[in-house]
Ligand binder design. Sequence first.
Ligand SMILES: [Zn+2]
Length: 403
Amino acid sequence: MLALEMFRSVPKTVIGKAVGGRIPMLLSGVAAPLRLVTLDPPRVDKAGWARLKVRLSGICGSDLGMLSGATSLYFSALVSLPFVPGHEVVAELLDDCEDLPAGTRVVVDPVLACAARGVEPCEACARGETNRCSRITVGDVSPGLQTGFCHDTGGGWSQQLVAHRSQLHAVPEGLSDEQALLVEPMACAVHTAVRAGVRSGDRVLVSGAGAVGLLATLALRHLTDAGEILVVAKHAHQRDLALELGATEVVTPQETLRRVRRSTGAFQLEPEFSQLSSGPYLLGGVDVALDAVGSKQSLETCLHATRAGGRVVLSGMPAAADLSAAWFRELDVVGTYASSRGDADGVGAFAKATELVAGDAVARLSKSVAVYPLHRWREALDHAHSTGRLGTVKVAFDPRSTS
Ligand SMILES: [Zn+2]
């Protein structure tokens, strides 16, 4: 089968780490530790595992971070190389898998928790907090926090992979493949809305209007009693989508502090040496801010625009930032990673996400998904790196396509 494979390349990773963030083209250029190869389809000969034929697999910000070397080496102990990336997967079953017959169209919850690994549930899994599993490096398959980072399972950027019954969610008839592709990122957004801890009437800031920020906006609007939801967007098409998905107002990054100051009556302070400091900040501000980018600038905007005692949610894979405000303003800085089976009052994040992507707003959003065959991976990655500018929200591979 054809597959894109991420391989160990220390010098390339180091080069990527040094310049990846600043030179986007490098992502898909000579230094990218990715190659198109022909592999034997993966197999896991254990109960509950089945083969899947990929229909669509998305490119996520965390994939781009991994390929450009921007991702922290912290994660190197949680993957098994070489692996096939791709954790946003729409596929069809090639085998019967317990109650699901071959041919069923499914989406994959990528977290490789205790159930998939064939080990006794850890304390987190026993509580339904599968995204907090502590056994992600042991059991029936190699280390890997998720499908798409594990050598044995394969990933979505290929023609076939394997997944465990505990990871599979059947796709309802009425959903297009493009809508189904958004179920996994939507499930993460459902979990983010849980982690945001929003109380009735809270003012919320969402910094970033890529797929993560837009779907989080929808989840916050539908699953919480948030009052004003202010979304920070760089591009015009993101502005329209954010409003459609539930934003009260959309601002540019430059306008953000001024706008929050105006609506909350906060004071704005200007530290000395603005070039050297992390810039102006507020005393007062929103109740909850969500960094949906993972850049230093976006995270600092969140830290600087949140009232004392408020909450900052790390939704993008975070960059280093000046944490002075977190200390001085006693902010609750919380992470939000993947999604869990216990989310949405035990309904499960994937079930709730499947409901949400069926709505009109996401149906329209899904029409802008840009699809590439595997062999055009360099173009696909460059496109994914510039989705905001190019008017798309999600780029995906269709491994069935050869054109
Ligand atoms: Zn576990």
